[in-house]
Design a protein. Structure first.
Length: 399
């Protein structure tokens, strides 16, 4: 009997050792209700994603779903870590290689590809190397959203009685009118016309607003040049508009929230992303005795929220491979449909924007101006022209 007990004990030990060896080599071998308290853990592949905060709700929900699938790479768990930043802020930190105590990014997802072009240019100037690889796997749009104007409906009817056909010149004329809303046919209690947008030095929507103003002045949608920016008439016109902005916010999300929170006493019209406007329509309902309404400029810009895997000194092949897996998940049909709930347009053209779901925001908020057709899109100018425009704003307007 004693001999049998010894054999059983030795057999058990051998089984445990074999299981431990297999786990070390091949990873977990199956469900273990009483896991061994010893043995090396598989080191996770950590993918740090710096993203524009406009898509925080969608990305957070997507990461939660992704991690629930227990993703792996070569039997190592993949771990996604998110960090929300302004688009300009993330580019500046990467170029200067300053990220404090946190991890440097494996992936960036600013609001627009124009920031990627600025990163490529600034990084190349500083290091004479490329930080974004060429090829189809280097960059892919995740979701889309156009820049729109949001106004309190009562005031928009006075400002654009026939609709916003000459939107920027009408807005300019209203902002410079010394009689304020009275000069436009509104009551004196409304005071001066107040326009709002974020700072183009820190926010993507601020840059887009600046570009649309420049194109709007010239009534064109492409070929914006450095000479256009240096035109004194344009500079005066732009300065007059920006004098009607009470303050320039840093975050588009906070900016839209403030419009709803403080009402028309702070802003009459603001330039923001369509998805943020959609998210706040319900919150604005009845808060100030009127609704907000979305208006689409005759020409606008799309934010494409690119997923960009960095070819940087601090990223490893494993991290870049894991990032590719995560990107595929974000572009999968269920996660693209999830983006619709946050007011985004899916980047996957096979995913319909309008569905039969009554809660689809493009159905639900159609009475508030939400529409599928966004009309013309303006051309993003070359980096040197964009930098000249930003430098003009910094010199003339920044406060």
């Amino acid at each position: 009997m004693r001999r049998l007990s010894q054999l059983v004990a030795i057999g058990y030990i051998l089984i445990c050792l074999a299981t431990l060896a297999g786990t070390a080599v091949y990873g977990p071998l199956g469900y273990a209700p009483f896991p061994l308290p010893i043995g090396p853990a598989r080191t996770p592949v950590i993918v740090t994603v710096w993203y524009g905060t406009e898509k925080e709700a969608w990305l957070t929900a997507a990461v939660e779903r992704y991690q629930a699938t227990a993703p792996t790479l070569n039997r190592r768990p993949i771990q996604i870590e998110l960090k929300g930043l302004g688009s300009r802020e993330m580019i500046d930190q990467i170029v200067q290689q300053q990220w404090g105590t946190g991890a440097p990014p494996t992936v960036i997802s600013p609001a627009s590809s124009l920031w990627v072009e600025l990163l490529k240019s600034d990084w190349s100037t500083r290091t004479n190397t490329a930080i974004v690889a060429d090829g189809p796997d280097a960059m892919a749009p995740l979701v889309l959203t156009p820049l729109v104007l949001v106004a309190w409906e009562e005031r928009a009817k006075v400002l654009w009685p026939r609709g916003p056909t000459n939107v920027w010149h009408d807005l300019h004329d209203a902002l410079v009118d010394p009689q304020g809303w009275v000069g436009r046919g509104g009551p004196g209690t409304w005071g001066f016309v107040k326009f709002g947008h974020t700072s183009p030095l820190t926010s993507n929507s601020g840059v887009q607003t600046l570009l649309l103003l420049a194109y709007g002045f010239y009534n064109k949608g492409s070929k914006l040049s450095g000479g256009d920016i240096l035109n004194p008439q344009f500079q005066q016109w732009l300065t007059e508009i920006e004098q009607g902005v009470p303050e320039f916010g840093d975050s588009t999300g906070t900016f839209m929230t403030d419009m709803v929170r403080f009402g028309p006493s702070k802003y009459d019209v603001v330039a923001v992303y369509e998805n943020l406007a959609i998210q706040d329509i319900a919150a604005a309902q009845g808060r100030w005795g009127q609704a907000i309404r979305i208006y689409y400029p005759p020409a606008t810009l799309l934010s494409d929220h690119p997923f960009v895997t960095l070819q940087a000194p601090w990223t490893t092949p494993e991290q870049r491979a894991a990032a590719a897996q995560f990107r595929a998940f974000l572009l999968s049909r269920p996660i693209q449909e999830l983006a619709l709930q946050s007011g985004f347009r899916p980047a996957d053209p096979s995913v319909a924007i309008v569905t039969n779901d009554p809660d689809n925001p493009f159905n639900k908020y159609k009475p508030f101006g939400v529409q599928v057709d966004i009309g013309q899109q303006v051309e993003v100018p070359p980096t040197d022209v964009l930098n000249t425009l930003l430098d003009l704003w910094r010199r003339k307007i920044d406060r």
